[in-house]
Ligand binder design. Sequence first.
Ligand code: ARG
Length: 412
Amino acid sequence: APKRIAVRAAKLIDTAQQRVIERPLVLVEGERIVSVAAGGEAPAGVDVIDLGTATLMPGFIDLHVHITGDPTSGSGNYYEDILKRSPIDEAVTAHVYAQRTLRAGFTTVRNVGSGEYIDVALARAIEHGKLQGPRILPSGLAIGATGGHIDGNTGFSPYLEFHNATGVADGVEAVRAKVRDNVKHGAEVIKFMAGAGVLSAEASVGAPQYTQEEMNAIVDESHRWGKRVAAHAHGAEAIRMAILAGVDSVEHASFIDDEGLRLAKQKGTWLVMDVYNDDYILAEYTRLGFPQQMIDKEKLVGRTQRESFRRAVRAGVRLGYGTDAGVYPHGDNRKQFPKMVEWGMTPMQALRAATSDAAQLLGWEDKVGSVAAGRYADLVAVSGDPLADIHALDAAPVFVMKGGEVVVGDGR
Ligand code: ARG
């Protein structure tokens, strides 16, 4: 018979129902939750984990990570490391970041761009119990235009070729083929670059990099295969084009204008805005060897993105929690919570963005994102009460459970 465990704590933040359950008793059988009650006794013969004064929540979801890379991974000059490494280097170390992510309380992530389907392989190894890490919804290769945000050798000698820049595709037929390739090799979500980026060589930060026809084709093809689409876009025009094409989420969304907010609201498009990222990039990326040109682009984006985030909260646009971890260290995913509260969300809204709301964007609302009967037993607990003070999330969680298995907090 599957093992039964009861988890007790001072409170449970039920983000899906927007309520707090006092003295919760969560009964877990095997990898699933069986029941959730306020107070009461655990059935006889069941192991009880009593978390005392801690606050329990659904395991967190990060909708925007790059699990295969990390700025702390190498020589200290991350910019040079990226140029010198191959996808094989990344494949060898990715499990380290997966484990850090899980131990930080993020039990599910959406990986939006990795070389050579490493994220697909990692997702499988974790699913089969070979490695410890979060549930991963992988995108495989991010798709983008020649010379654009995903084209790694832009600005270098034409005789240098980045072997892993294989998500590059131009034209309606080629982008459709890239989507099919990704699906064929296990992508569960499609990521593409609708516009220019910060940490890449193009001069603009935000200009569209695909035509409307190319964006339409990517979305049409992805949806035909039952895959949702995440579009990277900082600039107002690229954002509007992506929304009109029918993407499921716009990533970054830094310069979204009022028309973009209106369209997103009307079409139910999610925004996934990495509003902590700017702090780390401005503090560390010069030391990590990145060209001044990219730092200058970040300075154009950072504050405006946060102001846009506040406008999006006020406009009532759907917002999901996504950090771009990988640009900053994995395991620090939770640092974005206080930023989201500082820029307009209530703690409950920020927690929903990382749990029940995020699960909706994944299409995994029947599996993750809430503490309810039938869902995976993915739980996180912190000391203190994040609803009273979001900084309760600053410290590492005291307890993490994924699929009924205790990852943090059993004394290991
Ligand atoms: N990966 C993104 C890019 O290069 C990072 C942008 C980070 N900046 C920010 N303010 N969110 O475009």
